[in-house]
Design a protein. Sequence first.
Length: 86
Amino acid sequence: VVASPDAAAGEAFALEFEPPCGRVHTFEGTLRPSTGADVPLDATQFVLRGSTLRNTKLALGVVAYTGRDTRLVRNARETPSKLSEL
């Protein structure tokens, strides 16, 4: 869609995606540039918080979820007690 930051500078984009949920292995959304065709988005274009990109010269990104709406926070569970009962 966008080959360089310079190409993105004059472009307007809209992003539609599913509401926050705890599923970390799925993602569905659509990137809608003001000019050109819509681009479907899925889990292959989604990077979770704490991920590290390697061997990448350039990455353009959009933050989709923040705070308590991040998928890792929504997927987190309280740590179970490891105490036994006698």
